[in-house]
Each structure stands twice: as C-alpha cells, then as structure tokens.
Ligand binder design. Structure first.
Ligand code: 4AD
Ligand code: MG
Length: 483
C-alpha cells in the first residue's frame, strides 16, 4: 500500500473514482472530531479547496492523532468515497496516516482563524499556507503564463535584458548601486572621488529600473519583442502601490505609433483579465468573498460598489476612455474635490503631474471605466518620449485603472537622432554613456513604441488586494528586506 503514487488534491477533487485507494499529501488546515472519528481538512496548494480526511480513531494510535494539528504535514492513504456530509462531494476514508512533519500548536503561528494581512506579512515564510496567499500565488502564476501566451501567440520574442546596468533608463536617479568595492575604504581618484575604474565592471553600475532601452535595440531589428523581468527602484515611496523590487512587462514594437501602442495595451489588459476569469474562477471566488467580508467593516461611502468578478468583467465590456492630459486637467480643475480642496494636491496649472488621487478620480468618478491619458507635458516625462509638434507635450500614454491608478506607462519613442540628443542634453542625460542608444537613431531608425505594465499592480487589480506587499511573495520596501 505504501508505494502508491500521490494524487494532487486538485485532481482528486475532480475525479469520481469512488472505491479507489488513493494517497494524498499535504498540510492540515483544521482538525475537528469526536471520540471515535476525526475530520481533517488537508490542503496541498494545488487548489483553494481542501480534501476532507475521515479518520476512524481505531486505525491510528492515540499519541499520533494528538500530534495532528493545524500546520502538520501528512501522507494519507485511504479510500476515496462519496461524502456523507455537506460542503464536499467526496472525502478520503483514511486507512493509514503518516505524519511527515509536526507543528507544535503552542508555537505554530497560523491558527485556523482569520489573521490580519499585517500579521501575515511578518510571517511571509509561512503565509503561502493560508487560503488567501495560496489563491494569490496561483493567480500570479496564471497571469505570468498568460503574459507569455499572449505575446507568443502574437509572434513577439521574449528578450532577457540586463539586470545590472550602467544606464538610468528613466533618468530619475533612483537606483541601487552594484559594487564590489570596499565601501569602508574605496579606491580614490586623484581628485578624491571614488575610482570606479577599479570596480568589478570598471565603471559605475546599478540595478536596472527598466529593460526598455535594451528592448528598443532588439525591436529595431526583430520588430516585436517584450521583456518580463525584475526592476528595482530606490524611491522612498511607502505606499500601497510601490515596491523597491517589482516585475515589469515591457513590449517594444517597431512601426507602431502611439495609437497602435494604446490598442496593444488595451488588448493585453483585457486578455489577461479574461484569462483570469476563465482559469482562476475558484480562487477569484474565494478572494471575492474575502473582500466582501472586509467591506462589511468599512463605512458605506468607502465600500466598493462592485464585487470582484463583476469589477473584472466590467473592464472587459467597455472601450477604455482615451483623453489628452490637457482634457484631464480641465476635468480635474472643474471637479468637486478640486474646487473644495479635498484633493491633497489641488490642481492649479497645466503642467502639474497627476497624482494617484487624480488618476482615480478620472477613472472611478468621472469616466467610470479605465482611462488612457496621452500628450503629457514633456517636462514631467522621460527623455526618450517622442516630442509633439507643439514642442510642449510628448507622445506618452498612461493607462489608469480603478483602485490602482497608473497600471501602465508607455510612449512612442523619439526616433529622430537630433531631437533625441537635444532632449538628452536638456535633461542632463549623459550622452557619452548612451552612445549605443543614440546610434540606433543614426542607422535605420523607424517610428516605434512600447510600454511597461507593472505586474504587481495588475495582480492587485485582479485579486482585489489593497496592498501591493500582499501580491508578491517577498516584498522589498524601504526598511524591509526580511526573508
Ligand atoms: O511608468 P514607468 O516608470 O515606465 C517605465 O519604466 C517605462 N520604461 C516603461 C516602458 O515604456 N517600457 O513604469 C511602468 C509601470 C507603471 O505604470 C507601474 O505599473 C509600474 O511600472 N511601477 C511600479 N510598480 C510597483 N512599484 C513601483 N515602485 C513601480 N514603479 C512603476
Ligand atoms: Mg509612469
């Protein structure tokens, strides 16, 4: 009996082979019972659903059953039977139970009750074992797979761009240094500066903030490419939407203008959300219920008007609104929260950057659907964006989502060598270090566009989770790099 092959719980629950002897392995979620029989809910992470194990206490010695608590790991062999109780269609009548690992209930931090998300963040090494985090993990995986499928089906090539880089793609200077120099006692140049010539790469290097610049090089030969990699930002933003280490999907396409770029962004977001609805129904159902419980504790005006799946479907139904930055500013200036100074940052002049409160107003209150804003002032956007004829705005596009604000940032790229060089000089981007980027505009330059989708922000939207720290297994944020 003991060499029986393990069946995953997801497969077991989908089968109806009653009478068959099966083996399941997993972790105990709950144990309850009476004098003669114990009921164990076992989960192996393959599904949100547990399998019920029925243990006739005659088959197991008393000491052993004492050791089966929430968190213990078991291997159970038994007969698959139709369930007598309500709530599940089948269960396993245990014939043999092996305790693979115990979990002392006085020490094991996860008890069969609802823990706060803050508490679970401190137990990130164990939180995969909760229903919430196992659901998020499966959805995250499904979305990774769907991203690759979407692009593969369209003939895009996945490009690995470097993680260690010498250039600051966004020009914001918020980078983590990479060095092997002795920081207590670094080598110095004659004028007293750190001598990076003696560093590992012979120059200053950082962790990348974006794979875009290298993706552009590839697109200008392979036409349609995308990156999906980790990116790092040393911005001191302690918000529910910022991580210091996050994953970004960056498609880059030759021969696409800004409208083609927006079309692709909208198509991709809809594809991914539709994929989640079709493939993650159980997990979304669970997270939706979880959110509803959470909503009950909120004030009426703070409650979300839509249930999770309803909200996801809603995004699929309509075209996204497309407006210019100038139109957005007009709407915001005339909005109630602006007039009553209820925005933290009151919009006064054309030229100010949109904060997430403004983005969410446009999406949630004004248009009541996702919004794409184009034509931002050049001075609040990056050097590589194509300048419009007005010499004031650039062909940028940000996709704004309910609950999230900016989920995608992108643009048509400046393909003119001279205009690009001028913008680099105006914005103090070191042109000597970017000689290779400039050369692509000298040799066979073409109009091209791309964008970056923040993967964790997408997962936040799909799962409804309020804090970005809860949609990545091990969040990196200011003052926090545990695990
Ligand atoms: O708007 P961003 O900074 O754009 C770029 O990096 C471009 N190079 C993309 C491109 O055109 N290829 O970032 C893109 C997206 C944002 O819209 C947001 O969703 C996400 O990345 N993002 C973050 N997500 C989590 N934590 C942070 N600190 C983020 N910063 C940006
Ligand atoms: Mg942006």
């Amino acid at each position: 009996m003991d060499k029986l092959k393990r069946t995953k719980i997801v497969d077991l629950l989908g089968s109806g082979e009653f009478g068959k002897t099966v083996n399941v392995k997993g972790w105990v979620r709950t144990k309850r019972g009476s004098k003669n029989v114990a009921f164990i809910a076992l989960n192996d992470g393959s599904t949100i659903n547990n399998v019920q194990i029925v243990v006739d206490l005659g088959i197991i010695n008393e000491n052993e059953i004492q050791n089966i608590y929430t968190g213990a790991a078991l291997s159970v062999t038994g007969e698959l039977v139709e369930s007598q109780g309500s709530g599940q269609k089948l269960e396993v009548n245990a014939k043999q139970i092996e305790i693979l690992g115990t979990a002392d209930p006085d020490e094991y931090p996860l008890q069969p009750k609802r823990h706060t998300l803050e508490f679970l963040r401190e137990k990130a090494h164990l939180r995969f074992r909760t229903s919430t985090f196992s659901a998020i993990s499966r959805i995250r995986h499904a979305m990774i797979f769907a991203v690759h499928k979407f692009f593969n089906d369209k003939g895009f090539l996945n490009i690995h761009t470097p993680i260690i880089t010498g250039s600051d793609a966004e020009g914001a200077g918020e980078m983590f240094k990479v060095t092997t120099l002795d920081i207590e006692n670094p080598p110095k140049t004659e004028d007293g500066k750190i001598n990076y010539k003696e560093d590992f790469f012979g120059k200053e290097t950082n962790l990348t903030v974006s794979g875009q610049l290298e993706a552009e090089l590839a697109a200008l030969a392979l036409s349609e490419v995308y990156t999906f990699g980790p990116t790092f930002r040393a911005e001191n933003s302690n918000t529910t939407r910022h991580l210091a280490e996050f994953w970004m999907i960056e498609p880059e396409m030759a021969f696409y203008d800004i409208n083609d770029d927006m079309d692709l962004a909208e198509e991709m977001l809809k594809y991914l959300i539709d994929y989640a609805l079709k493939n993650c129904a159980d997990d979304l159902g669970f997270l939706g219920k979880r959110l509803q419980d959470e909503e009950k504790n909120k004030k009426a005006e703070e409650r979300s008007p839509m249930e999770l799946m309803e909200k996801l479907r809603f995004v699929l139904e309509d075209d996204f609104a497309r407006i210019t930055y100038t139109e957005a500013i007009d709407i915001l200036r005339n909005s109630k929260p602006n007039k009553k100074k209820r925005f933290q940052f009151v919009i006064e002049d054309w030229g100010s950057d949109l904060q997430s409160e403004h983005e969410r107003y446009l999406v949630e209150k004004h248009f009541k659907k996702p919004v794409i804003v184009t034509g931002y002032p050049k001075k609040i956007k990056s050097f590589y964006m194509k300048l419009n004829d007005d010499d004031k705005t650039v062909r940028a596009m940000d996709v704004l989502f309910p609950q999230i604000g900016e989920i995608i940032g992108g643009s048509q790229r400046e393909e003119s060598h001279d205009k690009l060089l001028k913008r680099m000089r105006e914005m103090n981007v070191p042109e000597e270090e970017m000689w290779w980027y400039l050369e692509t505009r000298k040799f066979g330059t073409v109009p091209h566009s791309g964008f970056g989708l923040g993967f964790e922000r997408l997962i936040q939207f799909v799962t409804g989770m309020g804090n970005i720290r809860d949609v990545i297994p091990f969040p990196r944020t200011p003052q926090n790099a545990e695990f």
